[in-house]
Design a protein around this ligand. Structure first.
Ligand SMILES: [Mn+2]
Length: 394
């Protein structure tokens, strides 16, 4: 493809790319070994919206904020979230019921052996669906901590049956226009078996749940060396891919910023999606979401960095000449095919992203502009009382 044509495609790709921010990415979090508070961390829903609005203001590609019902909508009140979203020029993105924090869920939620616990979990999912309706969110995203730690202690097939029944009930409660996203993870907090351990299990459950259930791929939830773009390609083929939780990892679910360890992997995922879209001539209808909470980096800067990296890798994938790639593949020209893919990866798209931002009245360098704004210092000063009072983020 001629470079100019590739650039035009990249600019058009940037125009349609949006990535959702997680409310929990702005709050104080930690590892299981400890929590590391930051002076500018958000403690209230209002502060989370304000911080997310900064990321959108400087990058122009993060108009939605995902919420956790237990942490962000206590008491089932959607009104304040709706008002805050409006005030900050954002929309509420996907909603997550929290089915892993309460003591009852020690042995799982929807797959639990005890009926009252399953009922409680399902009621929480239904409540999430109701809140999503009030907030006009289209997506209910499910991640379950269900599983077991010791062989012999769980009836894996019975748990699978219970999960299927629960997901069908959840699907039946969906309101018009809503989708149910089913996330998988092969380990943690359960270490022997997880009830939804991989994409195949999530696919079977989503299919059984109903026509508006899809699989959610969290890039941190795979074993090392797994070919995630192949999973993406298969789920696209099955029309069962709903979206992503992006992050990066060295070992597992590490919450590292997207592309920090392996930018080529995110590029390969984006390339599978864009090849599919180019072939069909329409968008795949996927939700791109960030699932990261940062302990070491300043939180807003880490999100800015993530959004910028996502835009760059998305733009790079748009510069691949998919028609040429198809010809090289058909003729089994391996070197040419690989060069076609890798050239697009190695070409620097940062000048192009700057050009796109300036054309939209955004700062060419979001990180520098954010730092110059003094927002983080002001937030730290204004949020001092949280630390003084020892208030917790959750
Ligand atoms: Mn996730």
């Amino acid at each position: 493809m001629k470079p100019k044509l590739a650039d035009e495609r990249a600019l058009a790709a940037l125009e349609r790319f949006e990535i959702e921010l997680p409310s929990w990415g702005f709050a104080d979090t930690g590892t299981r070994f400890g929590k590391y508070p930051q002076p500018a961390a958000a403690h209230t829903l209002e502060e989370k919206f304000a911080d997310a609005a900064q990321v959108h203001r400087f990058t122009g590609c993060c108009p939605r904020l995902a919420l956790h019902v237990l942490w962000d909508l206590p008491g089932g009140d959607a009104r304040s979230a709706r008002e805050l979203a409006e005030r900050h020029g954002l929309r509420v993105g996907s909603l997550h019921p929290n089915l892993f924090q309460e003591p009852e869920y020690k042995h799982g939620s929807l797959a639990n052996e005890l009926e009252p616990v399953r009922e409680k979990a399902l009621a929480q999912v239904r409540e999430t669906i109701r809140l999503a309706g009030e907030l006009q969110c289209e997506e209910i995203s499910l991640w379950l901590a269900d599983g077991s730690n010791y062989p012999g202690t769980a009836d894996i097939r019975a748990r699978r049956r219970r999960l299927e029944t629960a997901l069908q009930a959840a699907h039946a409660a969906l309101q018009p226009g809503q989708r149910l996203l089913v996330e998988y993870k092969p380990f943690e907090p359960a270490f022997y078996h997880t009830d939804i351990a991989d994409w195949g299990m999530a696919l079977l459950l989503a299919r059984a749940a109903g026509p508006r259930a899809r699989v959610l791929v969290d890039t941190g939830h795979h074993y090392s060396g797994q070919n995630i773009e192949q999973i993406v390609a298969w789920l696209l083929h099955e029309d069962m891919l709903g979206g992503f939780h992006f992050n990066d990892r060295r070992y597992a679910d590490d919450d590292l910023t997207l592309g920090s360890i392996d930018p080529y992997q995110i590029f390969r995922i984006f390339a599978e999606i864009q090849a599919y879209e180019a072939e069909r001539g329409l968008a795949a209808g996927l939700s791109y979401m960030i699932d990261q909470s940062h302990n070491l980096k300043p939180k807003i800067e880490a999100m800015l960095q993530t959004a910028m990296r996502a835009q760059e890798l998305w733009a790079k994938a748009a510069r691949v000449d998919y028609a040429a790639l198809a010809e090289h593949r058909a003729a089994q020209r391996l070197i040419e095919a690989e060069e076609t893919l890798q050239t697009a990866f190695w070409d620097d798209v940062r000048p192009l992203s700057r050009q796109w931002r300036e054309a939209r009245g955004l700062p060419a360098d979001p990180l520098a502009a954010f730092r110059a704004s003094g927002y983080a210092e002001l937030a730290a000063a204004a949020r001092k009382h949280h630390h003084a009072s020892g208030a917790s983020y959750a």
